[in-house]
Design a protein around this ligand. Structure first.
Ligand SMILES: Cc1cc2nc3c(=O)[nH]c(=O)nc-3n(C[C@H](O)[C@H](O)[C@H](O)COP(=O)(O)OP(=O)(O)OC[C@H]3O[C@@H](n4cnc5c(N)ncnc54)[C@H](O)[C@@H]3O)c2cc1C
Length: 416
C-alpha cells in the first residue's frame, strides 16, 4: 500500500474505513534463516535492511510485547550527530543521513523535523571543548555552527543568560539535527519489512537458546521452539537478561531514564536545547507539549518507571536554564530501561556462541542510531563482517582497554 494525497482525501470523505493494518500477524514457522529477537526500532530496522539490501527471504522478528512498547516508543525523539570521537561521529552522521531519506525510502510519514539542536555552553573551557567537537563534526561531513551569546539571544530570548551560577555564553548548533515521531519509526520499518516478507511475531518472548558445542540452533519461546541459522539479539534494556539465557555476561547495566511532557503551549522552543551545566534537554512537540528529560535514575532496574529524586533534578535543570518553564503544568511522564555500556558507546558484534549476534549498549542515545544500527547489524548478520562504519563497536574492546569513551568519564555506566 503506498500513501498519496489522493488516498488521504478519499479516506477523509469515506470515514477512514479503507486503511489496512500495516503488517500481518503471522503464526511463527518452525524454521527461519535469520531470527531477530526484539521488535524495537533496532530489531525492525535490521529486518528491513536484511530483506531490502541483502535479499534475505526467511526472516522473523520475535517481540515479547507489542511493537512500539519498548524504548522506541518511550524516547524524547531527538536525533543529532554531534559527537567528538571519530568512530561515533562517522556512525551517527551515517544515521542522520539515513533519517534524511527515511520518509522517501519507506513511503511513510514520520514527521521528521530538522529544527536544529543547540548545546549551550557556560564557560570559556566548555566553549573550547565545543569548538573541538564542532571541528570533529565538520571533518566527518556533519554540520556545526558556533553561536555566540548575541546570536543565541536572537534565537532563544527566553533563556536565563544572566544566571549567576550558570551564565549562558553561547551554543554549539547542529541545524540538521531535530526530532522525529518515534513510534512512526517503528510502524514505518514494520510496514516496510512486512511488505518484503518478514514475519513480525508479537507476544512471542524468547526464554532460552538451544546451544550445543558452542553453536546455537534454535530459540525457545512462549510460542514454541523456532530454529534458525542465525540469531540477532536487539533487545535494548533487556540485553543482559536475554543474553544470560545464552550463558553470556555483558559489559552492560540496565538503568531507568524518564521523560516528561507538559500541557500544550503555543510554539516557543525553536528546536532542541540542551543545558550544558547540568543534565536537561527540551524540545516542543507539534502538539505544543514541552518534551524534556535529564539524567538516568542512577540505580539498576528493569522497571519502566522512575523516581522522584530525578524528577526534582530535571525540574531544577529546567528552572536554571529557562525559568518560564515553572509556569507550565506537567501532563505525563514515564520511564524506559536503558542498556548502559561501560564506555557509553554501543556494541554491534558476534558473540562467542556461533550463530548468536548482539546489538546493544545504546544507553540513552539509541533512537537517533536506529537506521545506522539496523543497516550495520544487517550487514554483520548477512556477511559475517562488521560494516565499515561499525568496526569499532566490538565486544572485546572492554577486554582490550580500547574504550570509546565519548565523555571521558571512565568505566561507570551511570556517568555516561
Ligand atoms: C525516556 C527516554 C528518552 C530517550 N530519549 C532519546 C532521544 O531523545 N534520542 C535518542 O537517540 N535516544 C533516546 N533514548 C534511547 C532510545 O530510545 C533507545 O536507545 C533505543 O530506542 C533502544 O533501541 P530499540 O528501539 O531497539 O529498543 P526497544 O524499543 O526497547 O526494543 C527492544 C525490544 O526487545 C523486546 N524484548 C525484550 N526482551 C525480549 C525477549 N526475551 N524476547 C522477545 N523480545 C524481547 C522488548 O519488548 C522491546 O520491544 C531515550 C530512551 C528513553 C527511555
Amino acid at each position: 500500500m503506498s500513501y498519496s494525497a489522493i488516498k488521504v482525501i478519499k479516506e477523509a470523505f469515506t470515514g477512514h474505513r479503507g486503511w489496512k493494518p500495516l503488517w500481518r500477524r503471522p503464526e511463527p514457522k518452525s524454521e527461519y534463516d535469520i531470527i531477530i529477537i526484539g521488535g524495537g526500532g533496532h530489531g525492525l530496522a535490521t529486518a528491513y535492511y536484511l530483506a531490502s539490501e541483502h535479499k534475505n527471504k526467511k526472516i522473523a522478528v520475535l517481540e515479547k510485547g507489542w511493537l512500539g512498547g519498548g524504548n522506541i516508543g518511550r524516547n524524547t525523539t531527538i536525533f543529532r550527530s554531534n559527537y567528538l570521537l571519530h568512530d561515533n561521529e562517522k556512525f551517527y552522521e551515517m544515521s542522520l543521513k539515513l533519517w534524511e531519506q527515511f520518509e522517501q525510502d519507506l513511503n511513510y510519514n514520520a514527521m521528521i523535523s530538522q529544527r536544529g539542536v543547540i548545546n549551550l555552553f557556560h564557560s570559556d573551557a566548555q566553549r573550547d571543548a565545543y569548538v573541538r567537537r564542532g571541528n570533529s563534526m565538520l571533518i566527518n561531513g556533519a554540520d556545526a555552527i558556533l553561536l555566540n551569546e548575541d546570536d543565541l539571544r536572537k534565537k532563544c530570548p527566553f533563556l536565563n543568560y544572566d544566571n549567576a551560577r550558570f551564565p549562558i555564553q553561547g551554543g554549539l548548533w547542529q541545524p540538521r539535527g531535530g526530532t522525529i515521531r518515534h513510534d512512526a519509526v517503528a510502524w514505518g520499518y514494520a510496514r516496510a519489512a512486512d511488505q518484503l516478507g518478514v514475519d513480525i511475531i508479537e507476544n512471542c518472548e524468547v526464554t532460552g537458546f538451544d546451544i550445543q558445542n558452542g553453536s546455537c540452533s534454535a530459540v525457545r519461546t512462549n510460542r514454541g521452539t523456532i530454529k534458525a541459522k542465525k540469531f540477532g539479539v536487539a533487545v535494548a534494556g533487556s540485553s543482559s537478561a536475554v543474553m544470560a539465557n545464552a550463558g553470556l555476561q555483558l559489559p552492560i547495566e540496565s538503568h531507568v531514564l524518564q521523560a516528561f511532557v507538559s500541557e500544550g503551549l503555543k510554539p516557543i522552543i525553536p528546536g532542541v536545547i540542551t543545558f550544558g551545566a547540568g543534565h536537561f534537554y527540551i524540545s516542543q512537540s507539534d502538539k505544543g507539549g514541552l518534551v524534556f528529560g535529564g539524567d538516568i535514575d542512577g540505580y539498576n532496574s528493569y522497571a519502566q518507571r522512575g523516581n522522584m529524586t530525578v524528577v526534582e533534578d530535571v525540574c531544577e535543570g529546567g528552572m536554571a536554564v529557562m525559568p518560564m518553564i515553572g509556569k507550565a503544568r506537567l501532563l505525563r511522564m514515564w520511564g524506559g530501561v536503558m542498556d548502559m555500556s561501560m564506555d557509553g558507546s554501543p556494541i554491534i558484534d558476534r558473540t562467542p556462541i556461533k550463530g548468536i549476534y548482539f546489538n546493544g549498549g545504546w544507553c540513552y542515545g539509541g533512537f537517533k542510531a536506529t537506521p545506522a544500527s539496523g543497516k550495520c547489524f544487517a550487514h554483520l548478520l548477512a556477511t559475517d563482517e562488521s560494516h565499515p562504519n561499525a568496526k569499532a563497536y566490538l565486544l572485546n574492546r572492554f577486554e582490550k582497554g580500547q574504550m570509546i569513551d565519548e565523555k571521558g568519564m571512565g568505566a561507570q555506566p551511570n556517568l555516561h
